[in-house]
Design a protein around this ligand. Sequence first.
Ligand code: C5P
Length: 224
Amino acid sequence: GMTLVIAMDGPSGTGKSTVARRLAESLGARYLDTGAMYRAATVWVLDREVALDDPAAIAAATDDLPLAMGCDPLGEQVELDGESVTRRIREDDVTAAVSAVSAVPALREQLVAYQRAVAEDDETPIVVEGRDIGTVVFPDAPLKVYLTASAEARAGRRHKQNVELGLPSDYDAVLASVQRRDGLDSTRKVSPLRPADDAVIVDSSDLTLEETVAAVAELAARLE
Ligand code: C5P
């Protein structure tokens, strides 16, 4: 298709979602959160009590997933079978199970096809956020941003957020969990997390959110 796609990949805890949304908003572009799609598939699997260590059962249960994604950068909408799961997908049990579900190849093929269809369905540019957008989903995207930060910086931000929300939080435990998810996402066989050869790497370890948004907006401005 002719739709302009900006790919934004990287691990969690870099501010990636906020940066991707702000960028889309400032460009008048659409926004697609592919992590939310894998999370919605995980909700479907959990609701059906499918064994997480049984990839064939996960593939069978998610065959033809009734998923509908909104593309408004200002308000996320995720629906499963006509019901909103926008809040549900952020709960802890979903976060804990999503790495297992997102490793199932048949499910990935289905969601990648959906991601391409969404982009091509409309000529409005789109910022697509995930782990494999620049490497697998849109290898020809004219701008690929790989947003990263040290595990310590990411764990520090998550810990601070927890404390601000009044949630119990232990920095070392948060760091261990960040490292565990990085390990699972970057060593898996299908679509491991890695920058595309032609991605621009932006390290947000020592940048504020505003500075990170500005750095990415500057890259997008060079597209015109
Ligand atoms: O971005 P978010 O943290 O919500 O993504 C949740 C999980 O979904 C990731 O940890 C990863 O396992 C999976 N994911 C993926 N491919 C993508 C986006 C997310 O495998 N394109």
